[in-house]
Write a protein that binds this ligand. Sequence first.
Ligand SMILES: Nc1ncnc2c1ncn2[C@@H]1O[C@H](COP(=O)(O)OP(=O)(O)OP(=O)(O)O)[C@@H](O)[C@H]1O
Length: 306
Amino acid sequence: MSSIVSVRDLRKAYAGGFQALKGVSLEIEEGEILALLGPNGAGKTTLISTVCGITVPTSGTVSVGGFDTQTDFRKARDLIGLVPQEINLEPFETVMNTVRFTRGLFGKPRNDAYIEQILRDLSLFDKKDNKIMTLSGGMKRRVLIAKALAHEPRVLFLDEPTAGVDVELRKDMWDVVAKLKDSGVTIILTTHYIEEAEAIADRVGVIAKGEILLVQDKADLMAQMGQKQLKIEVAAPVTEIPAALSNYGLEADGTTLTYTYDTNGERTGITTLLNDLQNAGIQMVDIQTQQSSLEDIFVGLVKEDA
Ligand SMILES: Nc1ncnc2c1ncn2[C@@H]1O[C@H](COP(=O)(O)OP(=O)(O)OP(=O)(O)O)[C@@H](O)[C@H]1O
């Protein structure tokens, strides 16, 4: 896979000196769905608007489809669709005109058949002649997506696409995003919802205080989340794992033995392990379990930010 968006050491200090991005580097692969998770104020919107060339970075570079977003702004911007967090639509305009107008802004020739197809895909076709003001909040959000797609971008940024949207509509949005991916569009979305990232992303990035803390394959992340560790404190340091315990994959570090097991498995193996430890004459002093999940990471970040 090759990168369609390349972010290198991006920094953004707002007037007043606040550092919203502190050296973000990120490669986004063509055709993937990347979810950026982060608490309020983490820098998600700043990152997206800088990548889209709307916010000027203090330093660092961004390229989209090989075009630098500062030196080749127009060409880079043509490849990008941006669905903003705020609904900023003209209330008296019709859906069709709203989307058609945006296409014109990008200097693309009129193509009503294409726009109608987008409206169909977003289940907005029967509303195409309705004024924006007559639409529900969820429909307005879909109009924002239609607008962002009007000029046929290759990369779509969705900033909190389902904020304040009910559960059912959230699922509809996920279907829309999946369809867009199938049509070859690369998608980057920001979200507060862990389940959203789990449901639709190929990769998940966690951002906090202007820094990317991790970017990982969702499947790998999920596999890790299903794993737990049992830490066993023993009375005397273990220098060598006894042969009778060789099947457990134990790791010894001084007086701590660590056993990793799968919470999704039928059996954890804990009971037999504890029995075997006792039979091997190892005296246990204390035991505790640990689970590191995306939820834990996320909750930790939110706490730190509070
Ligand atoms: N124009 C600005 N001037 C000064 N500070 C700003 C400006 N825009 C954003 N910030 C600050 O930068 C930080 C990051 O904001 P940003 O909107 O990027 O976060 P976010 O992760 O998108 O948050 P949320 O989830 O609440 O939308 C925040 O502390 C915010 O107050």
